[in-house]
Design a protein around this ligand. Structure first.
Ligand SMILES: Cc1ncc(COP(=O)(O)O)c(C=O)c1O
Length: 351
Protein backbone atom coordinates (compact mmCIF):
# COMPACT_ATOMS: atom_id res chain seq x y z
CA UNK A 1 0.00 0.00 0.00
CA UNK A 2 2.77 2.42 0.98
CA UNK A 3 5.71 2.03 -1.32
CA UNK A 4 9.25 2.26 -0.10
CA UNK A 5 11.02 5.06 -1.93
CA UNK A 6 14.81 5.18 -2.18
CA UNK A 7 16.73 8.20 -0.95
CA UNK A 8 18.15 10.65 -3.46
CA UNK A 9 21.49 10.35 -1.61
CA UNK A 10 23.38 7.47 -3.24
CA UNK A 11 25.11 6.36 -0.01
CA UNK A 12 21.66 5.73 1.51
CA UNK A 13 20.11 3.79 -1.36
CA UNK A 14 20.36 0.45 0.49
CA UNK A 15 18.21 1.64 3.39
CA UNK A 16 14.43 1.25 3.10
CA UNK A 17 12.62 4.57 3.42
CA UNK A 18 8.95 5.47 3.41
CA UNK A 19 7.92 8.99 2.36
CA UNK A 20 6.12 10.85 5.15
CA UNK A 21 7.10 14.52 4.88
CA UNK A 22 7.02 17.58 2.65
CA UNK A 23 10.43 18.62 1.27
CA UNK A 24 12.38 20.73 0.85
CA UNK A 25 11.44 22.67 3.94
CA UNK A 26 12.10 26.41 3.52
CA UNK A 27 15.36 28.12 4.43
CA UNK A 28 14.32 31.64 5.44
CA UNK A 29 16.11 34.78 6.53
CA UNK A 30 14.94 36.16 9.91
CA UNK A 31 15.66 39.88 9.40
CA UNK A 32 14.06 41.30 12.54
CA UNK A 33 15.58 38.69 14.83
CA UNK A 34 18.97 39.19 13.13
CA UNK A 35 18.62 42.94 13.78
CA UNK A 36 19.16 42.23 17.49
CA UNK A 37 22.51 40.55 16.82
CA UNK A 38 23.98 42.62 14.00
CA UNK A 39 26.22 41.98 12.10
CA UNK A 40 25.20 38.33 12.52
CA UNK A 41 22.55 37.23 10.01
CA UNK A 42 20.32 34.37 11.12
CA UNK A 43 18.57 32.08 8.64
CA UNK A 44 16.12 29.46 9.78
CA UNK A 45 15.81 25.99 8.28
CA UNK A 46 12.11 25.39 8.78
CA UNK A 47 11.97 21.73 9.74
CA UNK A 48 8.98 22.64 11.85
CA UNK A 49 7.30 22.54 8.41
CA UNK A 50 7.94 18.90 7.48
CA UNK A 51 4.21 18.50 7.11
CA UNK A 52 2.96 15.46 8.96
CA UNK A 53 0.85 16.27 12.03
CA UNK A 54 2.48 19.62 12.95
CA UNK A 55 5.82 18.58 11.42
CA UNK A 56 9.19 18.68 13.15
CA UNK A 57 12.45 16.72 12.97
CA UNK A 58 10.96 13.35 13.82
CA UNK A 59 9.27 13.09 10.44
CA UNK A 60 12.60 12.75 8.62
CA UNK A 61 13.83 10.23 11.22
CA UNK A 62 10.72 8.08 11.07
CA UNK A 63 10.98 7.75 7.29
CA UNK A 64 13.91 5.38 7.94
CA UNK A 65 12.68 3.62 11.09
CA UNK A 66 9.30 2.94 9.53
CA UNK A 67 10.85 2.14 6.15
CA UNK A 68 12.79 -0.56 7.98
CA UNK A 69 9.67 -1.61 9.89
CA UNK A 70 7.64 -2.02 6.70
CA UNK A 71 10.45 -3.93 5.02
CA UNK A 72 10.24 -6.49 7.85
CA UNK A 73 6.49 -6.90 7.28
CA UNK A 74 5.54 -5.40 10.66
CA UNK A 75 1.94 -4.58 11.54
CA UNK A 76 2.45 -2.70 14.82
CA UNK A 77 4.98 -0.12 16.01
CA UNK A 78 6.00 0.67 19.58
CA UNK A 79 8.17 3.23 21.33
CA UNK A 80 8.73 5.26 24.49
CA UNK A 81 8.84 9.01 25.11
CA UNK A 82 8.11 11.80 27.55
CA UNK A 83 4.47 12.76 28.22
CA UNK A 84 4.88 15.74 25.87
CA UNK A 85 6.99 13.83 23.33
CA UNK A 86 6.90 15.18 19.80
CA UNK A 87 8.38 11.89 18.70
CA UNK A 88 5.44 9.88 20.04
CA UNK A 89 2.94 12.30 18.49
CA UNK A 90 4.67 11.96 15.12
CA UNK A 91 5.03 8.18 15.40
CA UNK A 92 1.32 7.85 16.22
CA UNK A 93 0.41 10.03 13.21
CA UNK A 94 2.74 8.12 10.87
CA UNK A 95 1.36 4.79 12.11
CA UNK A 96 -2.18 6.00 11.31
CA UNK A 97 -1.09 7.06 7.85
CA UNK A 98 0.59 3.71 7.19
CA UNK A 99 -2.20 1.61 8.72
CA UNK A 100 -0.05 0.25 11.56
CA UNK A 101 -1.17 -0.31 15.13
CA UNK A 102 0.72 1.99 17.48
CA UNK A 103 1.72 1.42 21.13
CA UNK A 104 3.23 4.32 23.02
CA UNK A 105 4.82 4.11 26.46
CA UNK A 106 4.98 7.48 28.21
CA UNK A 107 7.53 8.43 30.86
CA UNK A 108 6.79 11.15 33.38
CA UNK A 109 10.15 12.92 33.02
CA UNK A 110 9.10 16.33 34.30
CA UNK A 111 7.71 16.47 37.81
CA UNK A 112 5.13 18.85 39.22
CA UNK A 113 3.28 19.63 35.99
CA UNK A 114 -0.39 20.50 35.81
CA UNK A 115 -3.31 18.70 34.19
CA UNK A 116 -2.74 20.74 31.04
CA UNK A 117 0.67 19.13 30.64
CA UNK A 118 -0.80 15.67 31.09
CA UNK A 119 -3.74 16.16 28.75
CA UNK A 120 -3.12 18.71 26.03
CA UNK A 121 -0.47 19.38 23.37
CA UNK A 122 1.36 16.31 22.12
CA UNK A 123 -0.34 14.04 24.67
CA UNK A 124 -3.76 14.89 23.32
CA UNK A 125 -2.65 14.48 19.71
CA UNK A 126 -1.04 11.09 20.39
CA UNK A 127 -4.37 9.90 21.73
CA UNK A 128 -6.23 11.50 18.84
CA UNK A 129 -4.19 9.41 16.39
CA UNK A 130 -5.50 6.33 18.15
CA UNK A 131 -2.28 5.12 19.82
CA UNK A 132 -2.52 2.63 22.70
CA UNK A 133 -0.92 4.49 25.60
CA UNK A 134 0.75 3.02 28.69
CA UNK A 135 2.98 4.61 31.34
CA UNK A 136 6.40 3.74 32.75
CA UNK A 137 8.36 5.37 35.60
CA UNK A 138 10.54 8.41 35.02
CA UNK A 139 14.27 8.02 34.41
CA UNK A 140 17.37 8.44 32.30
CA UNK A 141 17.22 4.68 31.95
CA UNK A 142 16.67 4.26 28.24
CA UNK A 143 17.57 0.56 28.41
CA UNK A 144 14.88 0.00 31.06
CA UNK A 145 12.28 1.83 28.97
CA UNK A 146 13.22 -0.19 25.88
CA UNK A 147 12.97 -3.38 27.93
CA UNK A 148 9.46 -2.53 29.10
CA UNK A 149 8.30 -1.68 25.62
CA UNK A 150 9.76 -4.98 24.40
CA UNK A 151 7.57 -6.77 26.92
CA UNK A 152 4.52 -5.25 25.22
CA UNK A 153 5.99 -6.27 21.87
CA UNK A 154 6.41 -9.82 23.23
CA UNK A 155 2.71 -9.99 24.09
CA UNK A 156 1.80 -8.80 20.60
CA UNK A 157 4.07 -11.48 19.13
CA UNK A 158 2.38 -14.12 21.27
CA UNK A 159 -0.90 -12.99 19.67
CA UNK A 160 0.56 -13.59 16.22
CA UNK A 161 1.38 -9.96 15.44
CA UNK A 162 4.61 -8.56 13.93
CA UNK A 163 5.66 -5.67 16.18
CA UNK A 164 8.55 -3.28 15.50
CA UNK A 165 10.14 -1.30 18.33
CA UNK A 166 11.56 2.14 17.49
CA UNK A 167 14.42 2.06 20.02
CA UNK A 168 15.55 4.70 22.49
CA UNK A 169 18.81 3.08 23.49
CA UNK A 170 21.83 5.00 22.09
CA UNK A 171 23.61 1.75 21.24
CA UNK A 172 21.08 0.80 18.55
CA UNK A 173 21.68 1.58 14.86
CA UNK A 174 20.80 5.31 14.46
CA UNK A 175 18.63 4.71 11.39
CA UNK A 176 16.73 7.97 11.97
CA UNK A 177 19.95 9.93 11.44
CA UNK A 178 19.84 8.92 7.78
CA UNK A 179 16.96 11.39 7.41
CA UNK A 180 19.31 14.15 8.54
CA UNK A 181 22.07 13.01 6.20
CA UNK A 182 19.49 13.73 3.49
CA UNK A 183 18.59 17.03 5.15
CA UNK A 184 22.26 18.07 5.07
CA UNK A 185 22.23 17.73 1.29
CA UNK A 186 18.93 19.63 1.03
CA UNK A 187 20.27 22.42 3.23
CA UNK A 188 23.56 22.74 1.39
CA UNK A 189 21.70 22.97 -1.95
CA UNK A 190 19.56 25.76 -0.50
CA UNK A 191 22.38 27.82 0.94
CA UNK A 192 24.30 27.45 -2.32
CA UNK A 193 21.24 28.70 -4.29
CA UNK A 194 20.81 31.59 -1.85
CA UNK A 195 24.57 32.33 -1.87
CA UNK A 196 24.74 32.30 1.92
CA UNK A 197 28.05 30.75 2.94
CA UNK A 198 27.05 29.94 6.53
CA UNK A 199 29.79 29.89 9.15
CA UNK A 200 27.75 28.11 11.85
CA UNK A 201 24.77 25.74 12.05
CA UNK A 202 22.85 25.35 15.31
CA UNK A 203 20.45 22.49 16.09
CA UNK A 204 18.79 21.07 19.21
CA UNK A 205 20.50 17.93 20.54
CA UNK A 206 18.39 15.46 22.56
CA UNK A 207 18.74 11.80 21.60
CA UNK A 208 21.40 13.29 19.30
CA UNK A 209 20.04 11.61 16.16
CA UNK A 210 19.31 14.89 14.37
CA UNK A 211 22.60 16.51 15.38
CA UNK A 212 24.69 13.45 14.46
CA UNK A 213 22.91 12.96 11.12
CA UNK A 214 23.36 16.58 10.12
CA UNK A 215 27.01 16.70 11.17
CA UNK A 216 27.81 13.39 9.49
CA UNK A 217 25.82 14.36 6.38
CA UNK A 218 27.71 17.63 5.96
CA UNK A 219 31.09 15.95 6.39
CA UNK A 220 30.03 13.30 3.87
CA UNK A 221 29.48 16.17 1.42
CA UNK A 222 32.97 17.46 2.18
CA UNK A 223 31.54 20.50 3.96
CA UNK A 224 33.31 21.62 7.14
CA UNK A 225 30.87 24.23 8.50
CA UNK A 226 30.75 23.76 12.31
CA UNK A 227 27.55 22.31 13.78
CA UNK A 228 26.71 23.29 17.34
CA UNK A 229 24.28 20.99 19.16
CA UNK A 230 22.24 22.82 21.77
CA UNK A 231 21.71 20.42 24.69
CA UNK A 232 18.06 19.91 25.64
CA UNK A 233 18.10 16.53 27.39
CA UNK A 234 21.44 16.15 29.22
CA UNK A 235 24.56 18.22 29.79
CA UNK A 236 27.40 18.71 27.31
CA UNK A 237 29.74 16.30 29.08
CA UNK A 238 27.30 13.43 28.50
CA UNK A 239 26.00 14.60 25.15
CA UNK A 240 29.34 14.94 23.33
CA UNK A 241 30.33 11.24 23.53
CA UNK A 242 26.79 10.25 22.53
CA UNK A 243 27.04 12.26 19.30
CA UNK A 244 30.45 10.80 18.50
CA UNK A 245 29.17 7.29 19.08
CA UNK A 246 26.18 7.89 16.73
CA UNK A 247 28.64 9.18 14.11
CA UNK A 248 30.88 6.11 14.54
CA UNK A 249 27.85 3.89 13.96
CA UNK A 250 26.88 5.88 10.88
CA UNK A 251 30.43 5.38 9.59
CA UNK A 252 29.99 1.62 9.98
CA UNK A 253 26.52 1.62 8.38
CA UNK A 254 27.55 3.70 5.37
CA UNK A 255 31.13 2.55 5.03
CA UNK A 256 32.77 5.95 5.55
CA UNK A 257 35.22 5.44 8.41
CA UNK A 258 36.62 8.29 10.50
CA UNK A 259 34.42 10.96 8.96
CA UNK A 260 33.66 12.74 12.26
CA UNK A 261 36.37 13.12 14.90
CA UNK A 262 35.89 13.95 18.59
CA UNK A 263 37.17 17.51 18.12
CA UNK A 264 34.50 18.09 15.45
CA UNK A 265 31.65 17.43 17.92
CA UNK A 266 30.43 20.70 19.40
CA UNK A 267 27.76 20.65 22.08
CA UNK A 268 26.67 23.53 24.27
CA UNK A 269 24.55 23.34 27.41
CA UNK A 270 24.43 27.14 27.71
CA UNK A 271 20.60 27.11 27.98
CA UNK A 272 19.92 23.60 29.26
CA UNK A 273 19.54 24.28 33.01
CA UNK A 274 17.59 23.56 35.12
CA UNK A 275 16.89 20.42 33.11
CA UNK A 276 14.82 18.59 30.52
CA UNK A 277 11.44 20.14 29.83
CA UNK A 278 11.92 22.97 32.31
CA UNK A 279 11.81 26.41 30.73
CA UNK A 280 13.29 29.43 32.52
CA UNK A 281 12.27 33.05 32.15
CA UNK A 282 14.98 33.48 29.53
CA UNK A 283 13.44 30.64 27.48
CA UNK A 284 10.01 32.29 27.79
CA UNK A 285 11.54 35.58 26.61
CA UNK A 286 13.17 33.83 23.65
CA UNK A 287 9.82 32.30 22.68
CA UNK A 288 8.19 35.73 22.97
CA UNK A 289 10.92 37.43 20.93
CA UNK A 290 10.63 34.91 18.07
CA UNK A 291 6.85 35.32 18.07
CA UNK A 292 6.88 39.14 18.26
CA UNK A 293 9.65 39.77 15.75
CA UNK A 294 9.19 36.99 13.22
CA UNK A 295 5.74 35.48 13.77
CA UNK A 296 7.74 32.36 14.51
CA UNK A 297 6.70 29.72 17.03
CA UNK A 298 9.33 27.84 19.01
CA UNK A 299 8.61 25.59 21.98
CA UNK A 300 9.69 25.55 25.65
CA UNK A 301 11.37 22.10 25.59
CA UNK A 302 13.37 21.88 22.35
CA UNK A 303 13.38 24.57 19.67
CA UNK A 304 12.96 27.47 22.16
CA UNK A 305 15.85 26.18 24.28
CA UNK A 306 17.99 25.63 21.20
CA UNK A 307 17.25 29.15 19.92
CA UNK A 308 18.03 30.58 23.37
CA UNK A 309 21.33 28.69 23.30
CA UNK A 310 22.22 30.54 20.09
CA UNK A 311 20.85 33.99 20.91
CA UNK A 312 22.07 33.90 24.53
CA UNK A 313 25.62 33.21 23.37
CA UNK A 314 25.40 35.90 20.68
CA UNK A 315 24.20 38.38 23.31
CA UNK A 316 27.00 37.47 25.69
CA UNK A 317 29.66 37.75 22.99
CA UNK A 318 30.45 34.05 23.24
CA UNK A 319 30.26 33.50 19.48
CA UNK A 320 32.58 36.20 18.16
CA UNK A 321 33.21 36.23 14.43
CA UNK A 322 30.17 34.21 13.39
CA UNK A 323 28.25 36.34 10.91
CA UNK A 324 26.02 33.91 9.02
CA UNK A 325 24.23 31.37 11.17
CA UNK A 326 21.63 28.78 10.20
CA UNK A 327 19.31 27.78 13.02
CA UNK A 328 17.61 24.44 12.34
CA UNK A 329 14.07 24.72 13.68
CA UNK A 330 13.15 21.18 14.72
CA UNK A 331 9.49 21.93 15.54
CA UNK A 332 7.85 20.90 18.81
CA UNK A 333 5.23 23.64 18.73
CA UNK A 334 2.28 21.55 20.08
CA UNK A 335 4.03 21.61 23.48
CA UNK A 336 3.26 25.35 23.68
CA UNK A 337 -0.32 24.43 24.54
CA UNK A 338 0.75 22.03 27.28
CA UNK A 339 3.08 24.65 28.77
CA UNK A 340 0.55 27.47 28.98
CA UNK A 341 0.99 27.68 32.76
CA UNK A 342 4.72 28.25 32.32
CA UNK A 343 4.28 30.66 29.42
CA UNK A 344 1.96 32.94 31.32
CA UNK A 345 3.32 32.38 34.84
CA UNK A 346 2.31 35.19 37.17
CA UNK A 347 -0.23 36.80 34.83
CA UNK A 348 -4.01 36.77 35.11
CA UNK A 349 -5.92 35.58 32.03
CA UNK A 350 -7.59 38.43 30.13
CA UNK A 351 -11.23 37.79 29.22
C1 LIG B 1 11.02 19.36 18.60
C2 LIG B 1 12.28 18.62 18.86
N1 LIG B 1 13.44 19.22 18.60
C3 LIG B 1 14.62 18.60 18.83
C4 LIG B 1 14.66 17.33 19.37
C5 LIG B 1 15.98 16.68 19.56
O1 LIG B 1 16.18 15.81 18.49
P1 LIG B 1 17.05 14.51 18.67
O2 LIG B 1 16.31 13.62 19.64
O3 LIG B 1 17.14 13.92 17.32
O4 LIG B 1 18.34 14.93 19.23
C6 LIG B 1 13.46 16.66 19.65
C7 LIG B 1 13.49 15.32 20.25
O5 LIG B 1 12.54 14.80 20.74
C8 LIG B 1 12.24 17.31 19.40
O6 LIG B 1 11.06 16.73 19.65
Amino acid sequence: MHELVPSGVSELSGFPRVALGHYPTPLEFAPRLSGLYSPCRIHIKRDDCTGLAFGGNKVRQLEYYLGHALSTGCDAVLSTGAVQSNYMRTLAAAASKLGLECHIQLEDRVSGKSDLYHRSGNRMLTELFGAHITYCPDGEDEEGADRMVREIAGKLEADGRKPYVVPLKPTRRPLGALGYIEAARELQDQWTDQELGPDLIVVGSGSGITHAGLLFGLRLLGCDVPVMGACVRRNAELQGPRILSHCDRLSEMIGAPGLVRADDVWVSDHSFAPGYGQPTERIRNTIGTAAHLEGLLVDPVYSGKALACLTGQLEEGLLPGYQSVIFVHTGGTPALFAYQDDMFAGTEPRR
